[in-house]
Structure formats: structure tokens, C-alpha cells
Design a protein around this ligand. Sequence first.
Ligand SMILES: CC(C)(COP(=O)(O)OP(=O)(O)OC[C@H]1O[C@@H](n2cnc3c(N)ncnc32)[C@H](O)[C@@H]1OP(=O)(O)O)[C@@H](O)C(=O)NCCC(=O)NCCS
Length: 186
Amino acid sequence: MHSIEAVIIAPLDGFNKRPSNATDEAIVSALSTSTEISRSGAEISLREVTKDTVRTICNLHVSESQKQFVAPNAVSIAEAHFTEEAWFRAIYADEVPVGFVMLWENPTEGRYFLWRFMIDERFQERGYGRRALELAIHHVKENSVAKELRLTYFKGDGSPQAFYEKMGFADTGKILDGEHEMMRAL
Ligand SMILES: CC(C)(COP(=O)(O)OP(=O)(O)OC[C@H]1O[C@@H](n2cnc3c(N)ncnc32)[C@H](O)[C@@H]1OP(=O)(O)O)[C@@H](O)C(=O)NCCC(=O)NCCS
């Protein structure tokens, strides 16, 4: 999922004014949106990225063959700071940072896109991706009247298509900038 420009209709004219002055783990923990237990037993939470954690989150990475499917977290966080509609969180398994999720969201209009999503290669296939996506969906449902969540993905070896199908997404048949669109009703 390299870009969302093709599906954004609203002008991206604002700066992200999200405060990032949290300084310690206690605050980070208090900022968790919610938690879920993964199949490995770890508690999965979505936490704000702070000045203390940003480097760690930027260092999370997918495998060489998966790099075609998602932008590096540093690029995503940089883009988020120039996109008012961006909402992003680090994914933690207990106290270990394991991934990153970013939405493009317009709660007023109820339009939501899963923009970036990754679990570090060292932590994949443990149920963390499933739990993290459920938490992101919980965030959407909690904050808007959105009836659907959309995303785009690239096909190819190791494509996340089957993962998203398991999560209830289905292809819409649209191709945007070479990426295939999927949608899930909420
Ligand atoms: C896609 C991704 C986020 C999945 O995270 P994960 O933590 O490995 O997924 P989970 O362990 O929660 O898997 C949930 C289910 O999906 C399946 N699954 C996960 N990745 C899959 C893939 N690439 N292809 C097919 N099935 C996959 C798992 O086997 C599991 O199936 P099960 O419930 O029947 O056991 C992770 O593989 C990743 O970061 N990939 C690289 C980046 C990427 O493609 N991001 C998406 C951009 S659009």
C-alpha cells in the first residue's frame, strides 16, 4: 500500500497538529486506544508514537520481498505530518513494539482508508496483525458513523490479499494507481 492519493478526494491542505510531548512509558501506556489478546497470548495495543519511541518505530521493518507492499514507517510518519486526516499508531505486543498502522480518516463524512499497515518480519504469523487491525477497526467504529473501511493493496508473491480476505475485506474490482481496492462493511 504505497499511496492513497488516488482515493483521496478531499484536499490535503492541513498540517498534522497532533501533540507528541509524551515523555515516558506511563504516558505512552495511558494513551493506548485499547487492547486485545493475540493468539500467542500477548496483549496487543495501539500507542501514540512519541519522541522517545519514534526511532524504534521507524526501525521496524518487513522482509526484503515484502517491501514492495508497504512504505517504510519513517516515510509514513513524515507524510502523516503533512496530512491532517492521518491517524497513526505503533502496534505493541505487551511492551514490545511490533508494527505500525496508519489510517486516512474523515470522521465527519465517515470516510476511512487503511493507508499503511505492517508487522515487523520478526513478529509476523503470531496473530498480531489480526488483533491490531481489529483495534484499528474499533477506533473507526468508536469515532465515526463510518459504514465501511477501504484499503488498496498490490498483488504478487506474499501479497497481503489473503490476510485481508480473512479479515473480512473483499475486492471492489476497482484498480487505483495499479493497486487493487478492497472494502469491508463495519
Ligand atoms: C500482512 C501482515 C500485516 C499480516 O500480519 P501478521 O501478524 O503476520 O498476521 P496474523 O498472524 O495476524 O495472520 C492472520 C491470518 O492471516 C494469515 N496471513 C497473514 N499474512 C498472510 C499473507 N501474506 N498471505 C496469506 N495469509 C496471510 C495468517 O496465516 C493468519 O491465518 P489464520 O488466522 O488462518 O491462522 C504482515 O504479514 C505484513 O506486515 N506484511 C508486509 C507488509 C504488508 O503487506 N502490509 C499490508 C500493506 S497493504
